[in-house]
Design a protein around this ligand. Structure first.
Ligand code: NAD
Length: 485
């Protein structure tokens, strides 16, 4: 019997599902059981061509519509997503293994927020009037054209919307390639957008591995590439886009610091560390995986952390009581277990977790290491799993220098009750998305993105508009033209 997660077809192009079984089959594995629940096929060159040519053509008329008309469609899509939140959350859980407790509040709802927010902004995208004496200059905010979105596997619905909503609001079209690990949810986003009235060809989804992504990035018809993925992939995609002088947004990985001072509220700091390490089983790019704790509260912090981490409920992710799900794939589980072994070998002190959970599926126990030092592998490399490293520190100056000593710069957090210190420290941290007495909030109203190797550009907020549009300036002369001859 066909599993309910099996999509109607692999791709969504020109307003309809399209299948081409000549492509490489991509099995969709449910991470909680290891069973195959669906199959899609990687895009063949013919499918890539169909998606790009249709998106290129459809964009022209879309850009000519008023922003208000475009926005109305996006806002209608947001409403449909909210109405279907439960069904979409169940699918997100099948796609990723993340517990329904999370997906019910963080995925389709976050996607709907983006559609609603950018739908609301679409009608207010205007240029400037610049007086020049008798003459003037006016500017026009124009669409870039055809945008490619490429997703990671941790937030398939959210990523499809975070890229699609601002792109469409600005008058662009999109070809979106989800991660081959989680191909299901973006198809639903395309389906809903079209149900909401999006003209055919403007939001297309095609499946495939890195080669399909690369074929999209290098196509001369593509004007912009927005990638969510790892730093090594980001470097390749950025270079390929540069060869065609394309616009880019790069949302990449991190190894973010979360700094907890002696005077912090311990319960809140522990809550922040849990949200910043164990949500989505640690598969979150902005996670604060280097938790620097000032020596005065270290043992108290660790004791409460171990107690509260022990309350995580591992189990069937479709059961709303489950609060902690599996790794997305067996491969990701093995990578995480490898890092845990490295942590043990290099002398970190295991506080809790530290192994694969004794149950079906790809579960790794939420793991905390203390006495971690800056040079240990688990403190330097992005693990993308539920492994928290707790490091000690003495002074503010010391911890700022150590926090910044990384190639990454996605996020950073500070817990303290001294507000002047909080702002002073955050002001010196090299990170794009920061938190004071909180961690991992990502509202659509706030810019999101990294500095250093963690990325280029910003998603969400009015900032995202700048990355999906360009400004044309027009000089208007009212008098005669003076020329040398
Ligand atoms: P990945 O880099 O392996 O893959 C990302 C996407 O790029 C996939 O769709 C993949 O098929 C595609 N791809 C791979 N090679 C390509 C190429 N040469 N050309 C074009 N596309 C190519 O990442 P992943 O394992 O899916 O996701 C985990 C990573 O994503 C982590 O590093 C994580 O930190 C990062 N991430 C970042 C954010 C953010 O917003 N900053 C959010 C989520 C995940």
């Amino acid at each position: 019997m066909t599993h309910p997660a099996q999509p109607k077809a692999s791709h969504f192009i020109n307003g309809a599902y399209v299948e081409d079984t000549a492509g490489t089959p991509i099995p969709v594995i449910y991470a909680a059981t290891g069973e195959q629940i669906a199959t899609v096929y990687a895009a063949t060159p013919a499918i890539v061509e169909q998606a790009l040519s249709t998106a290129k053509e459809a964009q022209k008329a879309w850009a000519k519509m008023t922003g208000t008309e475009r926005g109305r469609i996006l806002r209608r899509a947001a409403d449909i997503m909210r109405e279907r939140n439960h069904e979409l959350s169940v699918l997100e859980t099948y796609d990723t293994g993340k517990p329904l407790q999370e997906t019910l509040v963080a995925d389709a709802s976050s996607g709907a927020d983006a559609l609603e927010y950018f739908g609301g902004l679409a009608g207010s995208l205007t240029g400037e009037h610049i007086p020049m004496g008798k003459d003037w200059v006016y500017t026009v905010r124009e669409a870039l054209g055809l945008c490619v979105g490429i997703g990671a596997w941790n937030y398939p619905t959210q990523i499809a919307c975070w890229k699609g909503a601002p792109a469409l609001a600005c008058g662009n079209s999109m070809v979106f390639k989800p991660s081959e690990t989680t191909p299901l949810c973006a198809l639903k986003v395309a389906e809903i957008l079209h149900e909401a009235g999006l003209p055919a060809g403007l939001y297309n989804v095609i499946q495939g591995m890195g080669e399909v992504g690369a074929a999209l990035v290098t196509d001369p018809r593509v004007d912009k590439v927005s990638l969510t993925g790892s730093v090594p992939t980001g470097k390749k995609v950025y270079a390929a886009a540069a060869a065609g002088m394309k616009h880019v947004t790069m949302e990449l990985g991190g190894k973010s610091p979360l700094i907890i001072f002696d005077d912090a509220d311990v319960e809140n700091a522990v809550g922040g560390a849990i949200n910043g390490n164990f949500y989505s089983s640690g598969q979150v790019c902005s996670n604060g995986t280097r938790v620097f704790v000032q020596k005065g509260i270290k043992e108290k912090f660790l004791a409460r952390l171990a107690e509260r981490t022990g309350a995580a409920v591992l189990g069937d992710p479709q059961d709303e009581a489950t609060s902690f799900g599996p790794m997305v794939t067996q491969n990701q589980m093995n990578i995480v277990l490898g890092y845990i072994e490295k942590g043990k070998e290099e002398g970190a002190r295991l506080i809790c977790g530290g192994k694969r959970a004794d149950m079906p599926g790809f579960f790794v126990e939420p793991t905390v290491f203390a006495d971690v030092t800056d040079d240990m592998t688990i403190a330097r490399e992005e693990i993308f799993g539920p492994v928290m490293s707790v490091l000690d520190f003495d002074t503010e100056e010391e911890v700022i220098a150590r926090a910044n000593d990384t190639e990454f710069g996605l996020s950073a957090g500070v817990f303290t009750n001294d507000f002047s210190r909080a702002h002073r420290v955050i002001g010196q941290l090299e990170a794009g998305s920061c938190f004071i007495n909180s961690y991992n909030d990502a509202p659509v109203e706030a810019p999101f993105g990294g500095v250093k190797a963690s990325g280029v550009g910003r998603e969400n907020s009015k900032e995202a508009i700048k990355h999906f549009s360009q400004v044309k300036s027009v000089y208007v002369r009212m008098g005669d033209v003076e020329a040398a001859f």
